[in-house]
Design a protein. Structure first.
Lengths: 438, 316
């Protein structure tokens, strides 16, 4: 036991001390945040006020209604106070419409280049607009689908209001009738409310799968390379004279695993700190507290956290043992690839199954996969977070995982015992079988 | 009588087709220095790995300190320097030694204290906080040597401990080995350098082709080999000695080193007759001495002959 601890400590300390650990600790979250935020930013259009010129060539003052509707639109989810649009109406007649429009377009699309009095877009309204709903928009942000659909919705609402008004419906009534539906979603588990919104559940499920995926790929591979290193540096012979293969294997997998967990803890800890202090922090950067609160940081229920950590640890050890066994079978990193690809495939399968599970957490696919030890670490926490899992299923799945882990460590230790001193050629499958039986 | 430190009982080990060790037996009694000698590929390292339990014998048995538990159970009592030197390149020297100590079951504090003492003694104290990869090969070997001895084992097994060391460092290592033996502990080391073994070892075993050729105390081995041996040192006109040295009625075997030679006389031949012949021929002699056979001569004679027999046997 003391010897295993010595191996664990060595693996852990030597790993945590490296520059690579420091860099990945800092850079990976940056990368993940970029991955998460960038597509959102690209899709949602800009979060600043757009300057829109409304050219009103209609005879019924359509420009007035549309600009009012636009000016009442806010940025963000309603808690924000910044207007989405700043609007100016330019009256025109059918005769000079083209001239006014082209004059405005000439000063559109410069906003990014410091031209202060430029426009982001020009909206053209005519009598035809009211009749058939046809209108034109010329702008720099037409590529943003979300911006365009928002603008279109706003204009549609304004048009509907004007049309209803013209048919004699009371303006106040129109407003009430047009009030949008606002739906909040809350997940139910075991007949109780969990306090999570649907969006939160999805985020957590995705997040858990991603963390497991990244950490197994990163750290599982490290156990493999570290076995190879020990073989190529020939330190193995000294170690085998005082340590059993089981001690070496378990110590290595646990040591590397703890280094991985330490990194997770640093990330998790800083997320927790930032999220609990975010109002405070936002103040420092001059953001309003409301704007910050609108950015969701889901919290994990304690039960889910326990399930996740349990499966995380088991899955990590299982894959670590597999990778270590592959390392023991091979002499170079290149050689490992043809074996490692099977392991990588099952990690990928497990990870991508999360996406189909998110759609159908109670389906037979999810249930089956959570009994297969290689996939269970991915599927079970997701099922747990999205639906209520019967305790019997959880117990069975966990039991199978523990069995598989023991079998895997035993198997890996057998291969390890013979393989770590094989410097020569790669073993054939038949030789491998002999090592295991020996 | 205490049980021998190492006892190898007619052990056989085969590797895909060829037999590396063939019914080999060895007894290393407690205390003193035991030399395992043999040419390259004789099976020295395989024998040592079998003793260390790194390899399992196909036949026969190995026991250490009279117990068949295997070296891993007894690793606290055994120090091992493998032929393939290996250290974690990225670790600091001191950390590495502490780790090696821990795998032998000594506490961290103890390991640290002893590691520092060893580094000081080996003259690399100022390298303690450097990474292993920054050290020269010789220094790395010293570190590994210290790692094998850190836990003060009663049995020290060294596979080719002096190979790759310069004379000064080899001397340091030799002093340490002698000191271990002097303190009543047991050293087993392998080498193919006969002079070294002759000077240091109490007992030896010469193996070739996986079999023991000769074993016993150095004096015993020499006495058993028998024959009269003459050591010659030439000062000038060595060429005039050639005809005499080629006389097979007088001289059975010549081991020519250029400026010196070791001869084995034919049984019953008189060394005085040889001396007279050499002087008569005008060979300039620096040295003429009737000597015990050197281990080297025994090695060449026995291993050469044996190898030939084994070869003939394999062909038949």
């Amino acid at each position: 036991m003391k010897k295993i601890i010595a191996v664990i400590r060595r693996e852990f300390v030597e790993r945590v001390r490296t520059r690579a650990f420091l860099i990945s600790t800092i850079l990976l979250p940056v990368f993940i945040v970029m991955m998460a935020v960038l597509p959102g930013l690209m899709m949602s259009g800009s979060d600043r006020t757009s300057r829109v010129a409304v050219v009103d060539a209609s005879s019924v003052g359509l420009g007035q209604s549309v600009s009012q509707a636009m000016q009442s639109e806010k940025l963000g989810d309603g808690s924000s106070t910044n207007a989405r649009y700043s609007v100016q109406v330019f009256p025109a007649t059918t005769a000079n419409l083209a001239a006014v429009r082209d004059g405005l377009i000439a000063s559109t699309g410069f906003s990014g280049k410091g031209q202060k009095d430029g426009w982001d877009g020009v909206l053209v309204l005519t009598d035809d607009t009211l009749a058939s709903g046809k209108l034109d928009y010329y702008g720099s942000n037409v590529g943003s689908l979300q911006s365009m659909s928002k603008l279109q919705r706003t204009v549609s609402n304004a048009l509907a209001g004007v049309r209803l008004g013209k048919s004699g419906v009371d303006e106040a009534l129109v407003k009430r009738a047009m009030a949008p539906a606002d739906m909040d979603t809350t997940k139910v588990s075991d007949g109780k409310l969990t306090g999570q919104s649907g969006e939160d559940s999805f985020l957590i499920a995705y997040f858990m799968g991603f963390v497991l995926y990244i950490s197994i790929l990163l750290y599982g591979q490290q156990t493999m390379t570290s076995v190879i290193e020990e073989k190529s540096s020939r330190i193995m012979e000294v170690l085998t004279s005082s340590l059993t293969p089981f001690q070496m294997l378990l110590g290595k997998v646990l040591g590397v695993g703890m280094a991985g967990l330490a990194q997770m803890a640093i990330w998790g800890g800083s997320v927790f700190l930032v999220s609990s202090q975010r109002v405070h922090l936002a103040g420092i950067f001059g953001m309003s507290a409301d704007a910050v609160r609108s950015f969701p940081i889901p919290s994990m229920a304690p039960g889910l956290l326990v399930v996740f950590l349990l499966y995380f640890a088991l899955g990590f050890l299982l894959y670590g043992a597999l990778y270590a066994a592959i390392g023991a079978m091979c002499n170079t990193i290149q050689e490992t690839q043809q074996y490692a690809v099977f392991v990588t495939m099952s990690i990928l399968l497990g990870f991508f199954s999360v996406f189909s599970l998110i759609k159908d957490p109670t389906g037979s696919l999810g249930v089956t996969m959570s009994y297969i030890p290689l996939f269970a670490p991915f599927t079970m926490p997701v099922r747990w977070s999205l639906s209520s899992v019967p305790p019997l299923q959880l117990a069975l799945s966990l039991g199978l995982m523990v069995l598989a882990l023991l079998a895997c460590v035993w198997l890996a230790a057998r291969i390890y015992r013979t393989g770590i001193l094989m410097y020569g050629k790669k073993p054939s499958w038949r030789e491998l079988w002999r090592w295991i039986r020996a | 009588m205490p049980s021998p430190s190492v006892s190898v009982e007619s052990v056989t080990k085969r590797f895909s087709g060829h037999t590396a060790v063939n019914r080999l037996s060895l007894q290393v009694s407690a205390g003193g220095i035991f030399g395992l000698l043999g040419p390259n590929g004789a099976g020295k390292s395989t024998t040592i790995r079998l003793i260390m339990g790194i390899l399992e014998p196909d036949e026969g048995s190995v026991s250490l300190f009279g117990s068949a538990h295997g070296s891993r159970k007894l690793s606290a009592r055994i120090g091992y320097l493998p032929e393939e030197r290996g250290l974690y390149k990225k670790m600091k020297v001191l950390d590495h030694l502490i780790f090696l100590g821990e795998t032998k079951g000594i506490s961290r504090a103890d390991a640290r204290r002893r590691a520092l003492a060893w580094l000081e003694r080996l003259g690399i104290g100022e390298w303690a906080l450097k990474k292993v990869e920054d050290l020269s090969k010789g220094m790395q070997q010293k570190v590994q040597f210290a790692g094998a001895l850190l836990h003060e084992p009663e049995l020290v097994i060294l596979d080719e401990p002096f190979s790759g060391l310069d004379p000064v460092n080899a001397q340091v290592m030799k002093d340490i080995v002698v000191e271990i033996a002097a303190s009543g502990r047991t050293v087993l080391f392998s080498t193919h350098v006969m002079e070294q073994a002759e000077r240091m070892c109490d007992r030896i075993a010469i193996i070739a082709r996986g079999q023991t050729v000769v074993s016993g105390t150095v004096a015993q081995v020499k006495a058993d080999f028998g024959g009269r041996h003459v050591a010659l040192g030439f000062s000038h006109d060595k060429s005039r000695a050639e005809a005499i040295l080629a006389d097979r009625s007088l001289i059975a075997r010549v081991d020519d080193y250029g400026a010196s030679a070791e001869l084995q006389m034919v049984d019953g031949a008189d060394p005085g007759q040889l001396l007279a012949a050499l002087v008569h021929a005008g060979v300039g002699l620096r040295r003429f001495e009737v000597v015990e056979p050197s281990l080297h001569a025994i090695f060449i004679a026995r291993v050469g002959a044996d190898a030939a027999v084994a070869h003939a046997g394999a062909a038949a």
